[in-house]
Design a protein. Structure first.
Length: 144
């Protein structure tokens, strides 16, 4: 049966103030890709990194997102798409005073990383930076 996943719905995880509603995970796609709707709080920005084992793509739904890729900076708004090739140093941040939403696709799937990131951030206080770096390293992500 075909299942529609409405906005804001899906397998919900949180980390660093972001809400990540997974629309598709590795178990559904044979590991080919994962897709999440990510709500990024104002000022939210993950650490700069590079994926050694996957490509990442972004589609902005709402708000203003600033992208940094291999030293270049670009502003994205609703309807804008960005492909980050495997190995490119990158990050992104919400540059607006309101929450921003975007679709994030990883190919192959990376939802297992976000499951562990969610667990890491579920404690009473933020994890140590070294804990996040170790997690990133296990999933083929290098700091940039």
């Amino acid at each position: 049966m075909t299942a529609i996943v409405p906005p804001g719905q899906g397998h919900r995880l949180t980390a660093r103030g972001s809400v990540m509603a997974f629309k598709a995970v590795a178990a559904q796609t044979g590991g080919d890709f994962s897709l999440m709707e990510r709500t990024l709080p104002p000022g939210g920005r993950p650490p700069a990194h590079r994926h050694t084992n996957c490509s990442e793509a972004f589609f902005v739904l709402d708000g203003a997102i600033t992208f940094w890729v291999d030293g270049d900076q670009a502003a994205g708004g609703p309807g804008d798409f960005l492909l980050v090739p495997r190995g490119a140093a990158h990050t992104f941040g919400n540059s607006s005073p309101e929450p921003a939403r975007l679709l994030v696709l990883h190919a192959p799937a990376m939802d297992a990383y976000f499951e562990e990131l969610h667990q890491l951030w579920s404690g009473g206080q933020p994890p140590e930076r070294e804990q996040e770096r170790e997690l990133m390293s296990r999933y083929g992500m290098d700091p940039a």
